[in-house]
Design a protein around this ligand. Structure first.
Ligand SMILES: C[S@@+](CC[C@H](N)C(=O)[O-])C[C@H]1O[C@@H](n2cnc3c(N)ncnc32)[C@H](O)[C@@H]1O
Length: 221
C-alpha cells in the first residue's frame, strides 16, 4: 500500500516535485474518491495501487512541465475541464497550495461525489469552486479569459477540448492535455493554440504504460 513518502518518491521518479503534505493530501482524496466510487461510478480503476498510479501519479505529472511548458509560477486560478472524479484538478491543489481550482463537469452527481470526497479528506472548501455546466457554456457564465491554467484529462481529443478551453484562458495562460504515448502532441491546434512544451513519462507497475502531457498557449499572431 503506497504511503505518502513512497508516493513522493514515485512523483520524483517521473520528474514531479511534490511536498510530503501534498502527497498525504492527494492520497487522502484518492481513498475518499475510491470509497465514493463504490456507490457512484467515478472510475473503472477500483484497485488502489492501480488508482495511485493511473490517477494520482498521472495527475502530478503536470509538474514535469515546469517551467518551460507549464506554469512558470503557481497559477492563480486553474480550471479542470471535465473533472469527473476530480483528477487532475485535486492534484493541482496539492501541487500548488495557494491556487484556487475550479472543478467543472456537466454531470452533477459526480460533482456532488467529489465534494463529499474533498470534505472527507479534510480539504478547505475555499480552495475549490464547483462548476456544474457544459464547458461550451462557460464563456457566457463569467469564465471568459479567467484561467492561468486549464487542464483536461480523458475528456476528448486536445483539438476538440482546446476549442472549448481557448476562450477561457487568461493572457499568458496554459492549456494542458494528457494523452497516451501514441497520440501526437500537435505543434498547433486548429483553434489557435500552439505547443509550449511536452513531457513523456512512464507509469510504473501495475499501470505499466507510457504517457505524454502537452502544454499549449495562445498562438502569437
Ligand atoms: C472520462 S471522464 C474523465 C474524468 C477525469 N478527468 C479523469 O481524468 O479521470 C470525462 C468527464 O468529462 C465530462 N465532460 C465531457 N465533456 C464535457 C463538457 N463539454 N463540459 C463539461 N464536462 C464534460 C464528463 O461528464 C465526464 O465526467
Amino acid at each position: 500500500m503506497t504511503d505518502p513518502s513512497e508516493f513522493q518518491a514515485l512523483s520524483a521518479s517521473i520528474g514531479a516535485d511534490l511536498s510530503i503534505d501534498g502527497a498525504r493530501r492527494l492520497l487522502g482524496y484518492l481513498d475518499a474518491m475510491l470509497d465514493e466510487n463504490t456507490r457512484i461510478n467515478l472510475t473503472a480503476v477500483r484497485e488502489r495501487d492501480a488508482a495511485v498510479r493511473l490517477h494520482a501519479l498521472d495527475s502530478v505529472a503536470l509538474a514535469c512541465l515546469e517551467p518551460e511548458g507549464g506554469p512558470a509560477r503557481p497559477p492563480g486560478l486553474a480550471l479542470d475541464l471535465g473533472t469527473g472524479n476530480g483528477f487532475p484538478g485535486v492534484a493541482i491543489a496539492c501541487l500548488y497550495p495557494d491556487v484556487r481550482v475550479v472543478l467543472m463537469d456537466r454531470r452533477l452527481k459526480k460533482l456532488h461525489a467529489i465534494q463529499r470526497a474533498l470534505a472527507a479528506a479534510g480539504f478547505e472548501p475555499e480552495q475549490f469552486e464547483i462548476a456544474h455546466m457544459d464547458a461550451a457554456a462557460a464563456r457566457n457564465e463569467g469564465y471568459r479569459a479567467r484561467f492561468d491554467l486549464i487542464t483536461t484529462r480523458a475528456v476528448g481529443p486536445p483539438e476538440a477540448v482546446g476549442k472549448l478551453a481557448k476562450p477561457l484562458l487568461a493572457p499568458g495562460g496554459r492549456f494542458v492535455a494528457w494523452m497516451s504515448d501514441e497520440t501526437e502532441a500537435l505543434a498547433k491546434l486548429k483553434c489557435g493554440l500552439e505547443l509550449a512544451g511536452s513531457a513523456e513519462y512512464a507509469l510504473p507497475a501495475p499501470a505499466d504504460r507510457t504517457r505524454r502531457i502537452a502544454s499549449y498557449r495562445l498562438q502569437e499572431r
